[in-house]
Design a protein around this ligand. Structure first.
Ligand code: ZN
Length: 345
């Protein structure tokens, strides 16, 4: 199988020759290519070269050409701050009071913000690597986007006190996100790493997420499917609303922090393993930074045994973006473990 067909098969619950591997490499692509994070965030060619360099150093099956949360948010008027060696940061928000939600405009992914950087990078990566890699860039969901254009506490207040203007903003952002996904699939992506990061108990209740998150996520995922793309939902936090996300009629996979949240790969396989592909297994906060290839290899085997017993429905992956300081050797060790597990099986 090619890496591309392997990833898509795992997401579709078809049999695969071995478990596919993602490195959740976003900012670290800059380091892999020898660029500053600012250069990488502003040039599709540099992002493509950085991602390809990461692929060459590690052998992962799946890439996520992404630089930072501002790629879309900047289009809506957010100002960014750039610091050496760090992911570009959201600095000045665009939505300061509830009335501002209604002022958000529809974005053109080719012109507004820095979505064009990812679109150009996808085209270049696909042109150079063909089926030797699957490509699913980070795309924020509407509620996640809301917390990129506005202070998180303010969004939570608006959920309680100003739901109507917030809903208007979420609708505008949904339309723009569908257009963005259209453009990335046109450029050669296999779908989106769709960030439903606010679907976690520390941030929203399940009911709040249903009304302000899931409503919009569902429409977008329907559009992705229509465009022939797949999706991996990405949720942060330690109490993810996994039941709600796994119940989406068109979710292919879920990426979550299994080593730090209240749901292990083993538990997820038992309860949700037939519904969604589990994209997890490696701890980006400890093993991948503090450990070496031996620890990573051990953790990889442990995860594959828990999630890949039936020979499908898993992508071995860190639970969130890896730190730019992560050693490439560790990610390479996880790919090697995936290859060896197949031999042992
Ligand atoms: Zn995350």
């Amino acid at each position: 199988m090619s890496p591309r067909t392997r990833v898509i098969a795992a997401l579709q619950h078809d049999p695969v020759d071995r478990v596919p591997v993602s490195g959740m490499a976003w900012t670290i692509g800059a380091m892999a290519g020898g660029y500053s994070t600012k250069e990488y965030a502003q040039s599709g060619t540099k992002m493509a070269k950085g991602q390809i360099a990461f692929w060459e150093k590690t052998g992962v099956d799946l890439l996520h050409p992404t630089s930072d949360m501002g790629q879309t948010a900047e289009g809506w008027g957010v100002k960014m701050r750039y610091e050496d060696g760090l992911t570009p940061m959201l600095d000045v928000f665009a939505v300061k009071e509830p009335g501002d939600w209604e002022k958000l405009g529809h974005l053109d992914p080719l012109k507004d913000g820095r979505m064009h950087v990812t679109i150009d990078a996808i085209r270049e990566i696909r042109g150079k690597l063909g089926d030797r890699v699957a490509i699913m860039p980070y795309v924020p969901s509407p509620l996640t986007s809301a917390t990129h254009v506005c202070n998180m506490e303010q969004v939570m207040m608006d959920i309680l006190l100003e739901p109507e203007p917030l809903h208007k903003g979420l609708r505008t952002m949904s339309d723009s996100i569908v257009t963005y996904i259209d453009a990335i699939i046109d450029a050669g992506a296999d779908g989106a790493l769709f960030a439903t990061t606010r679907a976690s108990g520390e941030i929203t209740t399940e009911d709040q997420y249903r009304e302000f998150g899931a409503n919009y996520d569902g429409q977008i995922l329907k559009a992705v499917r229509k465009q022939g793309g797949n999706n991996i939902l990405h949720v942060c936090g330690v109490t993810p609303h996994f039941e709600l996300l796994a119940g989406y009629p068109n979710a292919n996979g879920i990426n979550w922090w299994d080593r730090g949240s209240n749901l292990t790969v083993k538990q997820a396989k038992e309860v949700y393993g037939k519904k969604v592909c589990l994209v997890a297994g490696l701890d980006q906060t400890t093993t991948l930074i503090l450990g070496g290839p031996d620890e990573t290899r051990k953790e990889s085997f442990d995860a594959i045994e828990a999630g890949f017993g039936d020979g499908t429905g898993m992508i071995l992956s860190p639970g969130c973006e890896i730190s730019p300081r992560t050693s490439f050797e560790n990610i390479k060790a996880s790919v090697k473990a995936a290859e060896e597990f197949h031999v042992r099986r």
